[in-house]
Design a protein around this ligand. Structure first.
Ligand SMILES: O=P(O)(O)OC[C@H]1O[C@H](OP(=O)(O)OP(=O)(O)O)[C@H](O)[C@@H]1O
Ligand SMILES: Nc1nc2[nH]cnc2c(=O)[nH]1
Length: 180
């Protein structure tokens, strides 16, 4: 079994690239049907989603489609106590658009819930969400997901864009942590 060590943790091969690619191909096929004539704007949530977004977007055969890249920035607002995360980097007009958010993983669902709330305030025509990975047992938010690549157990994973403390994003396969 292929293993990698990152910092203090060992990870073992969990999802080979071929399986990741096949799930993205299916997703793209469905999107090409669902989004025809909709002039979709794909929004890739950095950092983790960059590989998924690239693999998916080159399979979208709708010429009237755009992609944009955003980040969630933490800031401690003057009137807030918690850690608020604000969507930054969105330069396109969202009002009236068909938006498709691209996430690498939905775990607790907190991030995607927050993103959906922020986007809806910008009055899009519709917002759908595509995630490569979903941990159904980890969800603490009720989220509506339109496209899910693969469902996985509630274990920490790295690779294919996902990191452990900055490292591991370049792994072509997905690895899961070995509990030692
Ligand atoms: O469903 P949740 O529990 O909210 O977790 C999902 C989020 O966690 C990861 O982002 P992270 O904050 O690690 O940032 P990164 O993409 O820059 O690595 C991932 O890219 C999702 O955005
Ligand atoms: N790298 C990584 N980031 C995450 N963000 C939410 N869940 C995960 C996970 O399992 N691995």
């Amino acid at each position: 079994m292929k293993k990698v060590k990152i910092h203090d943790k060992t990870f073992q091969l969990f999802i080979p690239y071929e399986k990741i690619r096949a799930s993205i191909e299916l997703m793209a096929e469905k999107m090409n049907k669902d989004l025809a004539d909709k002039n979709p704007l794909f929004i890739c949530v950095l950092n983790g989603s960059f590989m998924f977004a690239a693999e998916l977007f080159k399979r979208i055969d709708l010429i009237n489609s755009e992609i944009s890249f955003v980040k969630l920035a933490s800031y401690a607002g003057e009137h807030t106590t918690g850690n608020v995360k604000q969507l930054i980097g969105l330069n396109e007009k969202i009002e009236g658009r068909t938006v498709v958010v691209l996430e690498d993983i939905v775990d607790s669902g907190i991030t995607i819930d927050n993103i959906q709330d922020q986007l809806k305030k910008l009055k899009p025509k519709e917002v759908s969400v595509a995630t490569l990975l979903l941990k159904p047992d980890a969800l603490i938010k009720e989220v509506e997901l339109d496209y899910v690549g693969l469902e996985i157990p509630n274990d920490f994973i790295v690779g294919y864009g996902l990191d452990y403390d900055g490292y591991g994003r370049n792994l072509i396969d997905i690895y899961s942590v070995v509990n030692e």
